[in-house]
Write a protein that binds this ligand. Structure first.
Ligand code: DC
Length: 214
């Protein structure tokens, strides 16, 4: 029996990660944060003193990726997010981790009967066969606010203009790249979370997913 796949795509700081984790816990599905793969590749390049926009360096990092080398704290910084967005624009980097993501989706760990994956191209490229697809968005102002709170809670020094500029640059790069650009799948449910809190986003999404996998 093939696994149930829930694809959650959307822009940076839209709340998709929080939502994906809660959905996975609720349905007892596995969870894969595909952004963390790109973040780990970007951080690996930076650790070697390299340049995440350099295709040869980034592809080498993707092909030798060992996710165990990175803690969540290594991956969740703003610098890691920017580097991730840069390596993610390189087609051969995406190709190097495509099969891993598909295998994870189709055969989730611990014999789980389903998986929730969040990213930018899960519903369009990685798992076009997903049973439920949600595309999460929020206005730039709301996302800047959310990202600032998240970074401050971790004790990072935050400059609002910098956070805004980084998010804008990432959105432009993630949706403007030639390969697997961020965009809603045709059959995705589009959820604007600007005026919703995390519980409201979860409740609406839980009902949507339940209706798709019943
Ligand atoms: O979701 P995130 O902020 O952790 O993702 C970091 C970057 O990785 C994002 O700016 C673009 C890239 N990414 C991608 O291109 N495709 C995915 N499926 C997930 C992330």
């Amino acid at each position: 029996m093939s696994a149930i796949i829930v694809a959650i795509d959307g822009s940076a700081a839209s709340g998709k990660g929080t939502l994906a984790k809660r959905l996975a816990a609720h349905f007892d599905f596995a969870y894969l944060d595909s952004g963390s793969l790109y973040r780990a590749i970007g951080v690996a390049v930076l650790r070697k003193g390299g340049d995440p926009t350099n295709a040869a360096q980034s592809v080498a990092a993707a092909q030798t990726l060992d996710i165990a080398q990175f803690t969540p704290a290594d991956l969740r910084t703003e610098a890691a997010g920017v580097a991730a967005s840069q390596v993610a624009a390189i087609p051969a980097v995406r190709a190097a981790i495509l099969q891993f993501q598909r295998d994870y989706a189709h055969t989730p760990p611990q014999g789980k009967k389903g998986v929730v994956i969040d990213g930018r191209d899960i519903g369009t490229v990685v798992c076009p066969d997903a049973q439920a697809k949600i595309f999460v968005s929020a206005s730039l102002d709301v996302r800047v606010d959310r990202r600032i709170k998240e970074l401050r809670a971790k004790g990072e020094l935050v400059i609002e203009a910098r956070v805004r500029a980084d998010l804008e640059a990432r959105d432009a790069r993630d949706s403007g790249r030639s390969v697997a650009p961020m965009k809603p799948a045709e059959d995705a449910w589009q959820l604007d979370t600007s005026a919703l809190n995390a519980d409201e986003v979860f409740d609406l999404s839980r009902k949507f997913v339940a209706s798709k996998i019943a």
